[in-house]
Design a protein around this ligand. Structure first.
Ligand SMILES: Nc1ncnc2c1ncn2[C@@H]1O[C@H](COP(=O)(O)OP(=O)(O)OP(=O)(O)O)[C@@H](O)[C@H]1O
Ligand SMILES: [Mg+2]
Length: 411
């Protein structure tokens, strides 16, 4: 008997959701405190209603280790089918939060709901989640097929159902030809793909990924990123993905949750986060090269918001003065808004020129010594030591007040 979930996957594959997947690779590591083997033993997701679409709600969630607060009164709503990325620096609490949702860490305060069920009081196996770790581990003595089937056999799933789910997941991740091999006969990336397939056969309501791409080399990371996006389109299941890589977050997420020291710094679509960073922290964490930040003085010039830089340059921004106090400010300018241009209003000295192919980054110093990264065309005449002129698109500038809060042009 084929489950409704499997029918949905087949339907989605038959109707063009399946764009296929390519090779993955990466070294095998298994030093995670809870390996996927341990996880297999505790997850049993068969009791989940298979056509349910579950969102996740965190309400006032807190966690301390010893006396140290790691997650601080955190509330968050994730819609069913959403791909949400937790983004933040090392140690900000991303894994802890994910592990609390999975049930691998207890919750000190607050409540976690998956769909309409309160789960923070349930054991991991009753939460309907499947988690993929950075440091996956497969049973070395078992074939890939048995590795994928193991968790389902443990909970007494019928053999034909197991076979059908394993085939469907293997086809989905293009590992069908590897099913009779042992893990030692696979590349690291193929093993990571097996780890993802093993999560898929559990038919969870919610996938949790903790930096699953970090062990892959650069090219494979990019490919696997795309495959995960396609997997999400195909399955339509809610996914939470943890990373400290802003490019992964920007490219994968429906919404990004930027975390800082156990708190939500901002929640928004990737372009919200990029175009309207709520704080200096978010502005500097997202975007490459890092946003230019310069100290300046803000003033109201007849209704316009004027910023005067330390070198005397005056920039008329499109930010409203409402909510800004005249005086000290930090102006944020992304490199694409500081162009090397003949006849540009600002003079600077080029220090380092980085040619990236499609564009050139010119690291300059303003007259007062302030550093700035400007952008030029792929074919650029700029050389280190040159005096260059910069055209600054001040209408795209962000202003940050003394508390680090972001102020942006309307729209
Ligand atoms: N079992 C534990 N006991 C004590 N402290 C812990 C424990 N687990 C995590 N921590 C601490 O909690 C904080 C958050 O850790 P967490 O693993 O959630 O960070 P992270 O954002 O996932 O970082 P990374 O990007 O490095 O994986 C860190 O300061 C960490 O040292
Ligand atoms: Mg982590």
């Amino acid at each position: 008997m084929i489950s409704p979930w499997l029918r949905r996957l087949h339907y989605r594959q038959a109707n063009g959701y399946d764009q296929g997947s390519k090779d993955l690779s990466g070294p095998r590591r298994s030093n995670h405190p809870l390996t996927s083997e341990g996880w297999d033993r505790i997850t049993q997701t068969n009791n989940v209603s298979e056509d349910s679409l579950a969102g996740v709600t965190l309400t006032g969630v807190s966690k301390r280790f010893g006396g140290v607060a790691v997650i601080r009164n955190l509330s968050l709503d994730i819609a069913a089918r959403e791909f949400v990325v937790f983004l933040g620096p090392s140690g900000c609490g991303k894994s802890t939060l994910l592990r609390m949702i999975a049930g691998l860490e207890t919750v000190d305060e607050g409540e976690i709901r998956i769909g309409d069920r309160r789960v923070d009081t349930l054991p991991p196996g009753e939460r309907g989640v499947a988690m993929v770790f950075q440091h996956y581990a497969l049973y070395p003595h078992m074939t890939i097929r048995d590795n994928m089937a193991f968790g389902l056999r443990n909970i007494g799933t019928a053999a034909d159902e197991i076979a059908a789910r394993v085939e469907a997941a293997a086809q989905s991740l293009e590992i069908g030809h590897l099913l009779d091999r042992k893990p030692g006969q696979l590349s690291g990336g193929q093993r990571q793909r097996v780890a993802i397939a093993r999560a898929i056969v559990k038919q969870p309501e919610l996938f949790l990924f903790d930096e699953p791409l970090s062990n892959l080399d650069a090219a494979l990371r990019v490919r696997t990123r795309l495959e995960l996006a396609q997997l999400h389109q195909r399955l339509g299941t809610t996914m939470i993905f943890v990373t400290h890589d802003q490019v992964e977050a920007m490219t994968l997420a429906d919404r990004i949750v930027v975390l800082n020291d156990g708190r939500v710094e901002q929640v928004g679509t990737p372009m919200d986060i990029y175009l309207r960073p709520a704080s200096l922290f978010v502005a500097t964490f997202v975007g490459s090269p890092t946003i230019n930040l310069l100290p300046g003085k803000v003033s109201d010039a007849g209704g316009a918001t004027l910023v005067t830089l330390a070198d005397g340059t005056k920039l008329q921004t499109a930010v409203s003065m409402a909510g800004l106090a005249p005086g000290d400010t930090t102006i944020g300018l992304r490199a694409e808004h500081v162009r090397v241009a003949e006849g540009g209003a600002v003079e600077a000295r080029a220090r380092v020129v980085e040619r990236l192919g499609e564009r050139t980054l010119v690291h300059v110093e303003l007259a007062d010594g302030s550093p700035l990264v400007a952008e030029d065309a792929g074919i650029s005449q700029a050389r280190a030591g040159d005096t260059v002129r910069l055209a600054i698109n001040a209408a795209a500038a962000h202003l940050f007040d003394a508390d680090g809060r972001g102020h942006h042009a309307a729209g």
